[in-house]
Ligand binder design. Structure first.
Ligand code: ATP
Ligand code: MG
Length: 902
C-alpha cells in the first residue's frame, strides 16, 4: 500500500469518527520553545494549554515534522528520519483513554478490505505506563489480549510532558513485533520498566497515545516531576509515524526504502555506480542521502534558508551531510540538481507547492551546494598545507587547533579532516579538537543564557494570563487611547503588587491600544496614566505568550498598583509613522511579485518609524530597472490614494479573495486580511495607514543579498523619504555649483576628473622615481667598505615599496661587479617603513644572503621580511627606526664575513 493511501485511510478513519481534518501546519510555527514543529500536537498547543478555545472537539492531521536530535540515528536505525510525517488524532476535552484505544486498535487491525491496515494481532504489543491500571484494563477489554501481552514501561518511555509546568500524562504505545530476524525475544518481566535498546528494531514503536490528565507544577527530568492535580479537561494527543507503518505495509526493511524515499536511493545508485545492499557503510550513506535530501527539500519549501545558526544551520548541516555522503559514495559532481527533483516529484504528490516554488527551492539548494563545494576546495588547500607542515616537522598528528580552525573558519567538517588525514597516513588530535569545540559551545550557551534572561518571567506571565480568564483585549486598531485596568505587574524578581517612582516594570492591562511587536512591526511607545495621577512611560511592548500584552515601562511619577484604572496613550506620531511603513511594505511586496513573479515571497520585514526593511526570495540580484519599476508603481498607487481596510474572514475565504498567505501563519478559523484598494491583499495583524495617499512618498534605497536566495530592500516612507530626497537634491546642487556643469553632466564630469587625477598621479610617480634614481650614482660612489664588501645603506624618506626596490636594484648594478656588494634601502611611505636588500653575484659567491640581511632589518622595524639570496624585502611598523635597521644590516654583514673567513 503506498504512503498516500495509508495517509488517506488514516484521515478517513478519523473523519468517519467525527474528527475535523486539519491540514499540516508549516514546519516553522512561531513557538519560542521550538526550532521546528516536531510533533502533530504542536499547532494545537494553544488548545491544550487552554489559551484558545478549540473550534472543534476532535481533530485529525498529518503533520510535517523535523527532529534534529534524531540526525545521528538516520540510516543506522531502521526508523528515524530527520523529516517525517506524523499522523495524529486529538480530543480536546472530548473522548479519553477508552475512545483513543478503540480508535487506534480498530485502524491497525481492521482488514485491508475494510479500509484498515490489517496488521496481525499476534504481532502487536500494546504498552502502558507502569501503574496506569486504567489503561491496562481498557487495553485488555478492547483487544481481548491477556495481561501478559500488555507491556508495562516506566516514565522514560510512557510519560509525556512538555518539559515545563503544565499538562502531562501517561502514554500507551503500540509496538509491532517484526520477528526473530530483527532481535532477541523480549523477556518483558526480566527487562524491568525501561525498553531494552536491542529490542527497539524488532519491537517497532508505531503509535504513541498520550492521555493528558495531570497538572504538573515542576518537571526536573523525564522521570522526575511533580503532579499537583488533575486537569479540568482531559485531552488526547496521539502520534503515529507514517513512514514506519509504510515500511511495514510495503514489506520493506526500513523507512528509507518506502515508495516516497527509495527513488532517491535508486538515483544515487545510478550516479555513484554502487549498489545499495552490498556494504553496510555504503548503505547507511545511501539512507542518509535519501533522508537528508528530502528534509532539505521540505525545509526550504517552508522558507528556511541556509545560515550559521538556528534553523538555517540545521538546513546547512543536513545539506552538507547529504553532499558529503554522495562524495563518500564516490560521486564528486553537483549532486542536488540530480537528487532533489526526484524527491520533489514524490513529495509533491502531497505537497503541490513544491512544484510551484521549485525555482526558489532549487536556487537556494543548488547555491548552497556550490558554496559547500567551494568550501571543500579551499578547505582542502588549507588542509594540505597543514598536513605538509606536520610532515616537514617530522610529526604524524595534525594539531587540534588546526582541525578546529578548518572546522570553524572554513566550515570543514571534522569527519572529513579525519578521513583525509588517514589517507595521508596522519592522525588528528581529536581530543584537542573536541576540547576547543566544547569551549566554543559553552561560550555560545552562555550567550544564549544571557539573551534568554529577558524571558525568565515566563512563569509570571503564565500566572497573569491564567488570572485574566481570557486574552487581553487589543483595541489599537480603532483607537489610540484606551481605558483599562492594571491586571499584572512584574519586576526583576517576579510578580508584584505595586511599583514606585523610578522603577522599570512590566505592566499588563486588560484592555490596551498599544501594539505589541510582532509580524515585523515594531512596538508602540507612549504613556500610561493612572487615576491616582501616577504616570508611566512605555518604551517597549511584547506579547511573550499567546493572549498576553506586556508593556515595559518606567514609572515617572507616583505609584502603580494592581487593580488601578489606567488610561493608555499611544505615541501618535510614532504609531502613524510605523503604520505608514507597514502599508508601504505590503505595497512593495505586491509590486515585487508583479515585477518578478509569484515566487518573490516575503521572508521577513521590519517596519519602523519612517523606514522599513523587506526581505524576499529571489534567485539573484534585482536589476536596477526592476527596482525603478517597483518604486514607480508604488508611488503611482500612493497618488491614487487607495483605501486601506481590514476584514476578518475564514482562511478559505482569504485564499479565495487572493490574499497572500505568509509563512508561519498559525492555523485557526478566522484570519485578518488587510487590503490596499483591490490591489494588495495580505494576511496581517498589524496596523496601517487609512489610505495609500498618507504615505506621501516611498523611496527604495537599494537591495542586497542576505543569504542564498534572499534579497533585502530598504526603503524610506513619508517625511523621511522626502527629507532624504531633499538632501540628495542639495548635494547635487552643491556639486553642480562647484563643477560648473548641469546636473545631468555630473557623472561624465566626475569620471573625467577621476581619470585626469589618475594620469597626473602616474606622472608624479615617474618623476619621483627618476629623481630617486638620479641620485643613485652619487650613492654608489659613496659606498663604504665593510670587511671587503662594498656597502651602500640609504634611507629614502617618502619612497614606497616599489620605488625602494627599483633604487636598490639600480644601486646594485652600479657597484663594482668584481667585489662583493650590498645595497640596502629603507623607505617610508605614509609612516610605514619598507626595506629592500640587493646582493650582487660576487657577494652571493662570498656567502652573503639578502634574505638573512632583510630579516635582521625587518625585526628592528617591528615586522617581517624575506626573499631570495640576491633580493629580499620586508617591512615593519615604525619608520623612525630606519637608521637602526641599517645598523642591524651592517652588524649581520660583519658577522657573516667573520664566519665565512673562519
Ligand atoms: P522513538 O523512541 O522510536 O524515537 P519517540 O518516542 O521519539 O520514538 P514519539 O515522540 O512518541 O516517538 O512520536 C510519535 C510517533 O512518531 C512514534 O511512535 C513514531 O511512529 C513516529 N516517530 C517519532 N520519531 C520519528 C522519526 N525520527 N522518524 C520517523 N518517525 C518517527
Ligand atoms: Mg525519538
Amino acid at each position: 500500500m503506498d504512503t498516500a493511501e495509508i495517509r488517506r485511510r488514516f484521515v478517513a478513519h478519523f473523519e468517519a469518527a467525527g474528527h475535523q481534518a486539519v491540514p499540516s501546519a508549516s514546519l516553522l510555527v512561531p513557538d519560542p520553545t521550538l526550532l521546528f514543529v516536531n510533533a502533530g500536537m504542536v499547532p494545537f498547543k494553544p488548545y491544550f494549554l487552554g489559551e484558545e478555545t478549540p473550534p472543534w472537539p476532535r481533530a485529525t492531521s498529518v503533520q510535517k515534522c523535523i527532529r534534529t536530535p534524531d540526525i545521528e540515528d538516520v540510516g543506522k536505525t531502521t526508523r528515524h528520519g530527520t523529516f517525517f510525517e506524523m499522523c495524529g488524532n486529538f480530543s480536546f476535552g472530548d473522548y479519553f483513554k477508552e475512545g483513543a484505544i478503540e480508535l487506534a486498535w480498530d485502524l491497525v487491525t481492521k482488514p485491508l478490505a475494510d479500509g484498515g491496515w490489517g496488521l496481525e494481532e499476534g504481532r502487536l504489543w500494546p504498552s502502558v505506563l507502569h501503574g496506569d491500571d486504567e489503561a491496562l484494563h481498557l487495553w485488555m477489554k478492547v483487544t481481548g489480549l491477556p495481561e501478559n501481552r500488555i507491556v508495562k514501561l516506566g516514565p522514560k518511555e510512557n510519560y509525556w510532558s512538555m518539559g515545563v509546568p503544565g499538562p502531562g500524562g501517561p502514554c500507551s504505545e503500540i509496538l509491532y513485533d517484526r520477528g526473530p530476524e530483527y532481535g532477541p525475544d523480549a523477556d518483558w518481566e526480566a527487562m524491568g520498566t525501561a525498553m531494552a535498546p536491542e529490542l527497539e528494531d524488532r519491537y517497532l514503536e508505531i503509535w504513541n497515545l498520550v492521555f493528558m490528565q495531570d497538572e504538573l507544577s515542576a518537571v526536573r527530568s523525564k522521570e522526575d516531576f511533580d503532579i499537583v492535580g488533575s486537569l479540568p479537561k482531559r485531552n488526547i494527543d496521539t502520534g503515529m509515524g507514517l513512514e514506519r507503518v509504510a515500511f511495514l505495509l510495503q514489506g520493506r526493511e526500513n523507512m528509507y526504502e518506502i515508495d516516497v524515499m527509495f527513488p532517491v536511493i535508486e538515483k544515487a545508485e545510478e550516479l555513484t555506480g554502487r549498489k545499495y545492499g552490498t556494504n553496510h557503510d555504503d548503505d547507511v550513506r545511501f539512507r542518509v542521502v535519501a533522508d537528508h535530501v528530502r528534509s532539505c527539500l521540505m525545509l526550504i519549501g517552508d522558507g528556511v534558508t541556509p545560515g550559521n545558526e538556528g534553523r538555517g544551520y540545521v538546513l546547512r548541516r543536513l545539506l552538507r551531510r547529504a553532499v558529503r555522503s554522495m562524495r563518500l559514495l564516490g560521486f564528486e559532481d553537483r549532486a542536488l540538481p540530480e537528487l532533489l527533483p526526484v524527491s520533489r516529484d514524490k513529495m509533491a504528490e502531497t505537497y503541490g507547492e513544491l512544484h510551484r516554488d521549485w525555482d526558489r527551492i532549487s536556487t537556494v539548494a543548488f547555491a548552497e551546494e556550490d558554496a559547500f563545494r567551494q568550501t571543500l576546495r579551499t578547505g582542502t588547500t588549507i588542509f594540505d598545507t597543514a598536513a605538509g607542515q606536520v610532515r616537514d616537522a617530522g610529526g604524524t598528528q595534525i594539531p587540534g587547533d588546526q582541525a578546529f580552525a578548518l572546522h570553524d573558519t572554513y566550515g570543514f567538517p571534522i569527519d572529513l579532516t579525519l578521513e583525509m588525514a588517514q589517507e595521508k597516513g596522519l592522525s588528528v588530535d581529536e581530543e584537542g579538537f573536541r576540547r576547543l569545540m566544547t569551549e566554543q559551545r559553552e561560550r555560545a550557551r552562555a550567550d544564549a543564557r544571557a539573551k534568554k534572561g529577558q524571558q525568565s518571567n515566563a512563569g509570571s506571565y503564565r500566572e497573569i494570563a491564567d488570572s485574566l480568564g481570557g486574552p487581553v483585549e487589543f483595541t489599537g486598531y480603532d483607537e489610540i487611547v484606551s481605558e483599562g485596568a492594571v491586571r499584572g505587574i512584574v519586576n526583576a524578581s517576579g510578580r508584584a503588587e505595586s511599583a514606585g517612582e523610578g522603577e522599570e516594570v512590566e505592566v499588563v492591562l486588560d484592555r490596551t491600544a498599544f501594539y505589541a511587536e510582532g509580524g515585523g512591526q515594531l512596538a508602540d511607545h507612549g504613556l500610561i496614566e493612572l487615576e491616582s495621577g501616577a504616570r508611566l512611560e512605555v518604551f517597549d511592548v511584547q506579547a511573550p505568550i499567546g493572549g498576553l500584552i506586556v508593556h515595559k515601562a518606567k514609572v515617572l511619577v507616583g505609584e502603580v498598583t494592581l487593580g488601578a484604572h489606567a488610561q493608555g496613550l499611544v505615541d501618535i506620531e510614532r504609531r502613524a509613522s510605523i503604520s505608514r511603513s507597514h502599508t508601504a511594505t505590503h505595497m512593495v511586496h505586491k509590486a515585487f511579485r508583479e515585477a518578478l513573479g509569484e515566487t518573490a515571497t516575503q521572508a521577513g520585514s521590519e517596519n519602523s518609524p519612517g523606514r522599513f526593511r523587506f526581505d524576499f526570495s529571489a534567485a539573484g540580484a534585482i536589476p536596477q530597472s526592476s527596482m525603478q519599476d517597483v518604486e514607480a508603481r508604488v508611488n503611482d498607487l500612493v497618488m491614487a490614494d487607495l483605501q486601506v481596510y481590514a476584514e476578518t474572514m475564514t482562511q478559505a475565504e482569504a485564499v479565495r479573495s487572493g490574499a497572500m498567505a505568509l509563512f508561519g501563519e498559525k492555523y485557526g478559523d478566522e484570519v485578518r486580511v488587510v487590503s490596499v484598494g483591490d490591489w494588495a491583499r495580505e494576511l496581517c495583524g498589524g496596523t496601517h495607514a487609512h489610505s495609500s495617499g498618507q504615505l506621501g512618498v516611498v523611496k527604495l534605497l537599494g537591495e542586497s543579498s542576505i543569504g542564498s536566495g534572499v534579497r533585502r530592500v530598504e526603503a524610506l516612507v513619508g517625511g523621511d523619504a522626502y527629507r532624504f530626497l531633499a538632501r540628495e537634491h542639495l548635494l547635487v546642487a552643491q556639486l553642480t555649483e562647484a563643477l560648473k556643469v548641469r546636473p545631468e553632466e555630473l557623472p561624465e564630469r566626475i569620471n573625467d576628473l577621476v581619470d585626469r587625477l589618475r594620469t597626473a598621479e602616474k606622472e608624479i610617480e615617474q618623476v619621483r622615481l627618476q629623481q630617486l634614481l638620479a641620485g643613485a650614482a652619487d650613492l654608489a660612489a659613496g659606498a663604504q667598505d665593510v670587511d671587503g664588501v662594498s656597502f651602500v645603506g640609504h634611507v629614502a624618506t617618502g619612497a614606497g615599496g616599489g620605488d625602494v626596490r627599483s633604487l636598490a636594484l639600480d644601486l646594485r648594478g652600479k657597484l663594482p661587479a668584481e667585489r662583493p656588494g650590498v645595497a640596502a634601502i629603507v623607505g617610508s611611505a605614509n609612516g610605514k617603513p619598507s626595506v629592500v636588500v640587493a646582493v650582487n653575484e660576487a657577494g652571493r659567491a662570498a656567502g652573503l644572503s639578502a634574505n638573512t640581511l632583510v630579516r635582521a632589518a625587518s625585526e628592528v622595524l617591528g615586522g617581517k621580511g624575506g626573499g631570495k639570496d640576491d633580493l629580499a624585502q620586508g617591512g615593519g611598523s615604525d619608520a623612525s627606526l630606519a637608521q637602526e635597521a641599517l645598523a642591524a644590516i651592517r652588524r649581520v654583514l660583519v658577522e657573516s664575513r667573520g664566519s665565512s673567513v673562519q
